[in-house]
Design a protein around this ligand. Structure first.
Ligand code: 13P
Ligand code: SF4
Length: 302
């Protein structure tokens, strides 16, 4: 089926089934066109919590769809490809986190949303890249175990010298692989460009940035900036969002593709709506605790 045909069938099914599509900014351009909201992890969580639609189709990776289900449990939440995981989320297990908690019994635990529901259930609060510093600042504990992204944890620590951030060893390969040489070469080629870096990137890349911020922060910065060119150190799909909302400005990619984000296609979204597959289910034993961590993030992240 052609792109337009897939899109019009998807739109029709959204209407007849009272469904919405929430899409992360890293999704493909043709998915943007059928989405009700394209945004960062935090915006999508809030939208999932508020929606009155019967079905949420999540065009993103598994932990995002799982968060939507946790925040709005009476809805049917579908992920078009259940194999769309997140390598970063896989870096933390409940067993390892429990061991770390035993090592630091006085510490609070903040779980980046890029984690499984089981890990969220072990945390005091979740965070996204948009509110990681705020959440860690607002938790009462001085010591905080930050799981699972080491680079984001390090960046939080740099911004919160009053807290002791206990780091975890996880990372996202898309950001970990950003090359310093490539950034320097791009900066030389575009001397007036602003360099925007996602905090999942290593310190040596963050140090080359004009601004370190999540995908939502990048968008906000670009909208308010007089600069005409921007070097973008996050998953390449973000360039679509930035270009659409800032016509006339130029964006250059410093990072590659997330294979998991790109597992979602229009054909799979259509199948998802037609067959009402693949439904997200969360183990009832951990549902309440995981939801509380997400709700705490929404409450403190405001
Ligand atoms: P944001 O929280 O900035 O949307 O990023 C999500 C993500 O998966 C980064 O790799
Ligand atoms: Fe996970 Fe990285 Fe992909 Fe984001 S870009 S979903 S952190 S693997």
């Amino acid at each position: 089926m052609k792109i337009e045909a897939l899109q019009s069938r998807i739109r029709e099914l959204k209407r007849t089934k009272n469904a919405i599509i929430l899409a992360h900014s890293y999704q493909l351009a043709e998915i943007y066109d059928v989405a009700d909201l394209v945004g960062d992890s935090f915006e999508l969580s809030v939208a999932a919590q508020k929606t009155e639609a019967k079905i949420i189709v999540f065009a993103g990776v598994h932990f995002m769809a799982e968060s939507a289900k946790l925040l709005n449990p009476t809805k049917k939440v579908l992920i078009p490809d259940p194999a769309a995981g997140c390598f970063l989320a896989d870096c933390a297990t409940v067993e390892n986190l429990r061991a770390k908690k035993k090592e630091f019994p006085a510490a609070g635990v903040v779980a980046y949303v890029n984690s499984t529901a089981a890990v969220k259930a072990e945390a005091d609060a979740c965070c996204t890249s948009a509110n990681a510093v705020t959440i860690c600042r607002k938790l009462p504990q001085r010591q905080i175990i930050f799981v699972p992204d080491q680079n984001l944890g390090e960046w939080v620590a740099e911004n919160l010298p009053e807290k002791e951030i206990i780091l975890w060893g996880g990372n996202c390969y898309v950001h970990a692989r950003i090359s310093e040489e490539k950034v320097l070469a791009a900066q030389k080629l575009h001397p007036h460009a602003k360099t925007l870096v996602h905090p999942e990137s290593p310190r040596k890349i963050r140090e080359l940035a004009d601004l370190v911020t999540g995908t939502g922060g990048m968008l906000k910065f670009v909208k308010g900036s007089n600069a005409e060119e921007f070097l973008i150190a996050t998953e390449i799909g973000m360039l679509e969002k930035l270009s659409r909302e800032n016509p006339g400005k130029k964006f250059f990619a410093l990072a590659g593709e997330c294979v998991n984000m790109k597992k979602i296609t229009l054909a799979k979204i259509l199948h998802s709506l037609e067959a009402e597959e693949f439904e997200i289910e969360v183990d009832p034993k951990i549902t309440n605790a995981a939801r509380q961590s997400l709700e705490k993030m929404i409450e403190l992240g405001k």
